[in-house]
Design a protein around this ligand. Structure first.
Ligand code: 0O2
Ligand code: 0O2
Length: 210
C-alpha cells in the first residue's frame, strides 16, 4: 500500500511556502502606491484520487509520478488585467529561490476547449529531514475572467467525466471568447480603473489610521 500522506508532505510544504511568498508580494504592492498585479493566490496539492485517475489516463506508473506528473503541487495566481500576467511572469523569471523548467503559453495559444492561462513549471527546493528535495510545482497565472471560465468548465468536465456534450462544448468555446473580449475591454480602460482603485485604497488607509 502506497503511503500517500508521507509522499505528499514535501508538496504540501511547497504549496504553503509559495502561497506565503506570493501573498507577501501582493501585500507589498498593496502597501505601495503601485497597482497590485496579484488579485489573489490559491494553492492545492492534487487530491490522491485525481493523481490516480491522471496516472491511469496518461499511463504513468506510480514509480514515475514524481518525475512525470508536474502538477502535484499547484499554485494559482489570479490578476485583474492581462498585462498583470506579464508583470508576474517577468518577476518570476528574476527569482532565485526556484528554477523555471518549462513555460506553457495558453494565452496566445489557447487550448481547443477555449482554456486560457499561462503555466510555469518550477523546480522548487524543499528542506526535508533527509535533506534538500527538488520537486515540481505548477504555477497557473490567469485573469479573473479566465479563472471564471476555467472554474465553470472544470465543474462541467467533472459532471460529464471529461465528455462534455458537443452542444455545451461549443457554448463554452463561445463563452471563452466572450471572456477574452472582456479582458480586452478591461485592458483598454485599465488606467481609469487603476486610478479609481488607488483613490479607494488611499481612502481606506486614511480611515484605518484614524
Ligand atoms: P486574503 O486576505 O485574500 O489573502 P488559504 O489556505 O486560506 O491561504 P487556499 O486554501 O489555498 O487558501 O485557497 P482558497 O481557500 O481557495 O483561497 C485562497 C484565498 O483566495 C482566500 O483568501 C480567498 O478569499 C481568495 N479567493 C478565492 N477565490 C477568490 C475569488 O474568486 N475572488 C477573490 N477576490 N478572492 C478569492 P485568503 O488567503 O483567505 O485571504
Ligand atoms: P486539476 O483538477 O485542475 O488539478 P493534461 O495533459 O492537460 O492533463 P498537463 O500536460 O499536465 O495536462 O499540463 P497542462 O495542460 O499545462 O495543465 C494541466 C492543468 O491545466 C489541468 O490540471 C487544469 O488545471 C488546467 N487545464 C488545462 N486545460 C484545461 C481546460 O481545458 N479546462 C480547464 N478548466 N482547465 C484546464 P488537471 O490535471 O486537469 O487537474
Amino acid at each position: 500500500m502506497y503511503n500517500w500522506d508521507t509522499f505528499l508532505i514535501p508538496y504540501k510544504q511547497a504549496v504553503e511556502e509559495l502561497k506565503i511568498k506570493f501573498k507577501g508580494i501582493r501585500e507589498q504592492y498593496q502597501k505601495s502606491s503601485m497597482h497590485t498585479p496579484i488579485e489573489f493566490v490559491t494553492g492545492r496539492v492534487k487530491p490522491v484520487t485525481s493523481i490516480i485517475d491522471k496516472a491511469k489516463r496518461k499511463n504513468i506508473p506510480l514509480t514515475r509520478i514524481e518525475e512525470d506528473m508536474q502538477d502535484l503541487a499547484g499554485i494559482r495566481i489570479v490578476c485583474q488585467f492581462v498585462e498583470d500576467i506579464n508583470t508576474i511572469i517577468e518577476f518570476i523569471r528574476l527569482r532565485t529561490d526556484f528554477k523555471i523548467v518549462e513555460e506553457r503559453d495558453y494565452i496566445n495559444h489557447k487550448k481547443e476547449s477555449g482554456y486560457r492561462s499561462y503555466h510555469i513549471v518550477l523546480k522548487y527546493p524543499v528542506e526535508t529531514i533527509a535533506g534538500k528535495k527538488q520537486i515540481y510545482v505548477e504555477l497557473q497565472i490567469r485573469t479573473l475572467a479566465m479563472n471564471f471560465w476555467a472554474t465553470i468548465e472544470h465543474s462541467l468536465n467533472y459532471k460529464y467525466s471529461g465528455e462534455i456534450p458537443e452542444y455545451f462544448k461549443q457554448r463554452l468555446q463561445r463563452a471563452a471568447e466572450a471572456a477574452f473580449q472582456l479582458d480586452e475591454e478591461m485592458s483598454q480602460i485599465r488606467e481609469e480603473v487603476r486610478e479609481a482603485q488607488q483613490i479607494i485604497s488611499k481612502k481606506y488607509d486614511r480611515l484605518n489610521n484614524e
